[in-house]
Design a protein around this ligand. Structure first.
Ligand code: SF4
Length: 166
């Protein structure tokens, strides 16, 4: 968590939401829970100096920071986790296929808005291959909405799984 700084040394976090670029600055850090409080601003620039109070849409959000673990740490956690293994043509049992879609629900945004999450959760609810879908996304490094979760929640989920037996 040491790479996060509140205040002057703002670390910019780009958040693509509904096809617009959002930028955020860190308001608070909860080291214990590994959570950041972020102020999201919808703007076309990363420079704080260009933000004007007139065109700000101010959203305060608390987000987990599992993505900020180093890539090798994340890969190690995923490799050790006791994840469900996909079976041949598991996609054919997916609820999103059953609904007549030819592809997954998956939105590419790493952190969908609250309203979009509600829609996506409902779409995946009751899917019999949900944990396999989640597992495949983790093992292939896929972003977006897979297995009823966004990328950050998947990374939290995998860290709480038991390790597979050698
Ligand atoms: S969990 Fe995966 S396979 Fe199931 S409906 Fe959602 S996106 Fe489709």
């Amino acid at each position: 968590m040491s790479s996060f700084v509140v205040g002057n040394n703002v670390e910019w976090i780009k958040h693509n939401l509904n096809s617009r670029d959002w930028y955020g600055s860190i308001l608070a850090i909860d080291e214990e829970k590994r959570m950041l409080q972020i102020e999201w601003i919808v703007r076309g620039t990363e420079k704080k100096i260009d933000w004007s109070p007139m065109d700000r849409i101010r959203v305060i959000e608390v987000i987990p920071v599992v993505l900020r673990k180093s890539k090798s740490n994340i890969e190690e956690v995923i490799a050790k986790a006791d994840l469900p293994a996909p079976y041949f043509e598991w996609e054919m049992d997916a609820k999103c296929y059953a609904n007549g879609n030819s592809s997954f629900v998956g939105y590419s945004t790493p952190r969908p808005s609250t309203s979009l999450r509600k829609v996506l959760k409902e779409l995946c609810q009751g899917c019999q291959v949900m944990t396999i879908c989640r597992s495949v996304a983790l093992q292939t490094g896929s972003v977006g909405w897979w297995g009823g979760m966004d990328e950050m929640d998947r990374l939290k989920w995998v860290q709480n799984l038991p390790e597979k037996e050698e």
